[in-house]
Ligand binder design. Structure first.
Ligand code: PLP
Ligand code: COI
Length: 359
């Protein structure tokens, strides 16, 4: 179904390896992109793999005014046996459809979502970074492209996948915990809103809080619920887990205001399979403070596709800060991270069929 137009002047092999030496996150892009168009008359059509490049958009394109846009994030990995694979792309395809539904957008068939990614990874396979922990981060997204200023669901959409070489999301060795900024004034999502959808607007709404976090020397913002301003929800771009001194894991429930993270779901599954108790239940800021002080809370970590599993060391707010455990990655954080990465890299059994092998 995809028409392939290979890039006439791809980046040279020498330049590519220079860029891949230290890719960081979200700055080094591959040569191609996948594009599929939609309109109400023709449905999904014109699927192409084409050179990555700027888009031409009418200034009245609906997305530029009303932010009808959604996206996904997933990674392609080189497995220990040299195969290239995706991790749970079916889960991303499903979430992309849910997000589309919430934003009143056309729903891309899941098979087409997966095929678009497979084709892009295949043509840009030389962009896989060979560094430790490296991967190819895939960013499928879709936006309203109809030229119309009336406020209504668009009748035209553009779906695109770009790929970016990725190393670690946070600077550092991954052992020192990150510092969170507690957003007391701003919330991320309210009941009935779009918190469970992966839409650009959620991130736009989080940026002033993220800016506050950066100005206060923190790495990420942590949001409380919008109703009582009491319950811990998630970070700007990651879910959160708490580890208690009896080994129990606690993570906020999928109440409709947080993103149903695929990493979150994978960790819950792995932990339960390993005999651990995982409670998906509300956890309050007051309890978090008290449990950190008493030592009942021994670890906390953030998780997501970009962040993988990242220890949380400190929580800072206007009233001061508190430290979790010794501020470093704890045993459970290390263990779960290692277990997840082992499945993702094909060095551990995959009883859930999460690893989608490509070539
Ligand atoms: N929460 C938010 C707000 C995110 O942006 C992300 C990242 O995608 C996550 C949670 C984690 O989701 P996933 O594990 O599917 O990447
Ligand atoms: C991801 O992990 O895929 C995200 O979208 C989160 C963002 C921090 C890049």
């Amino acid at each position: 179904m995809f028409r392939v137009e290979p890039h006439a002047n791809p980046v040279t092999a020498q330049e590519r390896s220079a860029r891949l030496a230290q890719p960081g996150f979200g700055r080094v892009f591959t040569d191609h992109m996948a594009v599929i168009r939609y309109n109400t008359q023709d449905g999904w059509h014109d699927a192409t793999i084409q050179p990555r490049g700027p888009l031409m958009l009418d200034p009245a394109a609906a997305v530029l005014h009303y932010a009808q846009e959604i996206f996904e994030g997933l990674k392609a990995y080189r497995l220990v046996d040299g195969t290239t694979a995706l991790f749970r792309p079916d889960a991303n395809a499903r979430r992309f459809r849910w997000s589309a539904e919430r934003l009143a957008m056309a729903q891309l068939p899941e098979a087409l979502f997966i095929e678009s990614i497979e084709r892009l990874v295949e043509i840009d396979r030389d962009w896989m970074p060979e560094i430790e922990g490296g991967s190819l981060y895939l960013r499928p997204f879709m936006f309203a492209s109809e030229t119309f200023l009336g406020v209504k669901p668009s009748s035209e959409y553009l779906y695109i996948v770009i790929a970016s070489a990725a190393g670690a999301y946070f600077k550092g060795d991954g052992r020192a915990g990150i510092t969170l900024w507690l957003s007391e004034h701003f919330t991320r999502a309210a009941p009935g809103g779009t918190g469970a959808a992966k839409c650009g607007g959620n991130y736009a709404a989080s940026l002033q809080a993220q800016d506050e976090a950066i100005r206060n020397g923190c790495d990420q913002v942590v949001f409380l619920d919008a109703v009582e301003r009491r319950w811990v929800e998630e970070l700007g771009g990651m879910n959160i887990f708490f580890v208690m001194d009896d080994g129990t894991l606690v993570t906020p429930p999928l109440s409709g205001t947080i993103l149903p993270g695929i990493t979150r779901d994978s960790l819950i599954t792995l932990a339960r399979a390993g005999g651990m108790i995982v409670r998906e239940e509300p956890y309050s800021l007051d309890q978090w403070r008290a449990d950190s002080a008493s030592g009942r809370l021994v670890e906390a970590f953030a998780c997501g596709t970009a962040a993988v599993v990242t220890p949380i060391g400190k929580v800072r707010s206007r009233d001061g800060e508190f430290v979790i455990g010794n501020g470093m990655a704890g045993q459970m954080t290390e263990r779960l991270r290692a277990e997840l990465v082992a499945v993702q890299r094909g060095s551990a059994p995959d009883p859930n069929g999460w690893v989608h092998r490509l070539f």
